[in-house]
Ligand binder design. Structure first.
Ligand code: RB5
Length: 146
C-alpha cells in the first residue's frame, strides 16, 4: 500500500477524480488535493503543491495531470528531489519507475483517453526501481540540482 498524492489543473477534473478512485480501488491511500471545480487555474501551483508533498515524505508517489501533462510536469520537476515524466504509454510508465526512479507521473488529460490512462497509472504504480547501474544515473540527475 502506497500513499499517492494526486492533483491537476482544470483540464479534466472528472478524469482526475476517476484516476483517484481507480488508485484507491487498487488498495492505495489517495490524497486528492484538487482543484474540485472546472474554473480555469494555473498548472504550476498544482504541480508544485503535489511535488512538495512527495519530497516532504507525505506521499510515496504523485500523479498529476494537465491538458498535455507537460506544463505540470515541468513545474513539478523544479522541486528538488522530484523526478516526473509525462507518459502516454505503459512502457514509458514502467521504465520511468524501473530505470529513472520517477516519483511522479504526469498525464495529458487532453491527449490520453481514460482507459489508457488507467493502464498507465497501473504500470507506474506496479513497477519498482531496479537500482544497480540505474542508481548511479539517478544520482547524477540529483547532482544537477546542486
Ligand atoms: C490549460 O489550458 C493548458 O495549457 C494546461 O492544462 C496544460 O496543458 C499545460 O501544459
Amino acid at each position: 500500500v502506497m500513499r499517492i498524492i494526486i492533483s491537476s489543473d482544470h483540464a479534466d477534473i472528472a478524469l482526475r477524480q476517476q484516476v483517484a478512485a481507480h488508485v484507491e480501488a487498487r488498495g492505495h491511500t489517495v490524497t486528492d488535493i484538487g482543484p474540485t471545480t472546472a474554473e480555469s487555474t494555473d498548472y504550476p501551483k498544482h504541480g508544485e503543491a503535489a511535488a512538495r508533498q512527495v519530497v516532504a515524505g507525505e506521499a510515496d508517489l504523485g500523479i498529476i495531470m494537465c491538458g498535455t501533462g507537460q506544463g505540470i510536469m515541468m513545474a513539478a520537476n523544479k522541486v528538488a528531489g522530484i523526478r516526473c515524466g509525462v507518459c502516454g504509454d505503459t512502457f514509458s510508465a514502467r521504465m520511468i519507475r524501473a530505470h529513472n526512479n520517477a516519483n511522479m507521473l504526469a498525464l495529458g488529460a487532453r491527449v490520453t483517453g481514460p482507459a489508457l490512462v488507467f493502464d498507465i497509472v497501473d504500470a507506474f504504480l506496479e513497477t519498482e526501481f531496479e537500482g544497480g547501474r540505474h542508481g548511479k544515473r539517478v544520482d547524477m540527475i540529483t547532482a544537477i540540482e546542486g
